[in-house]
Write a new protein. Structure first.
Length: 203
């Protein structure tokens, strides 16, 4: 149990901040008090940014990453290699790989990985859309860049079975990313090398 603050409004604000990942109650209090010192206009702009994010953000109709339009800037960029699709779990992974500046293809965001323990099955992910993209005949390589956890490996194997009948290369990131690692927490140099040194997926 935490002690109640002298203001119910402050207490409510702290409770909301503390719901964010990685934010403890002390940090939440510091953030709330910081906002309290700011001009009203800045606080309103801060709040409105998140309301607009929640209400107006879209998901790319091609790769399913976050976008302001129906197609994201990466999918709209004709200088990208649209024959190579890197399959990742989340939008955070797209950002991590883009930060390496070692990849010029496009992406497919799964929205997670197969995890029966968490109630996530193949139909909860964008797997069918990935198969449809491959069936269109443009894609020549699919890179499986999922976390090297047991669930990630299981998902890779499932995707391999879905895609192996198409005339394309199915590769996976090199083992610079250790077993059990998530791409989000892998340093850019290691991740960049893992993308460049990708290898055929084997079962």
């Amino acid at each position: 149990m935490h002690s109640e603050l002298p203001s119910k409004l402050l207490n409510t604000a702290v409770d909301e901040f503390a719901k964010l990942p990685g934010i403890g109650r002390k940090t939440a209090l510091r953030l709330a008090l910081h906002l309290l010192k700011q001009p009203r206009e800045e606080v309103e702009r801060f709040g409105n940014a998140f309301i607009a994010l929640r209400n107006d953000v879209k998901y790319c109709t091609v790769c399913h990453t976050i976008s302001d339009a129906d197609r994201c800037p990466i999918c709209n960029n004709q200088r990208r290699d649209h024959t190579t699709v890197c399959v990742v779990e989340t939008v955070r992974d797209v950002l991590s790989i883009e930060n390496t500046q070692q990849y010029n293809g496009v992406y497919h965001v799964m929205g997670g990985i197969i995890s029966p323990m968490d109630g996530v099955g193949p139909h909860d992910l964008t797997i069918d859309r990935l198969v449809e993209r491959v069936a269109e005949g443009v894609v020549k390589e699919v890179i499986l860049a999922l976390s090297t956890t047991m669930e990630g490996e299981t998902t890779c194997f499932y995707l391999y079975k879905k895609l192996r009948h198409f005339p394309l290369a199915i590769t996976t990131i090199a083992r610079g990313v250790g077993f059990g690692d998530e791409l989000e927490y892998t340093d850019e140099l290691t991740l960049g090398r893992s993308i460049k040194n990708r290898q055929p997926f084997t079962v």
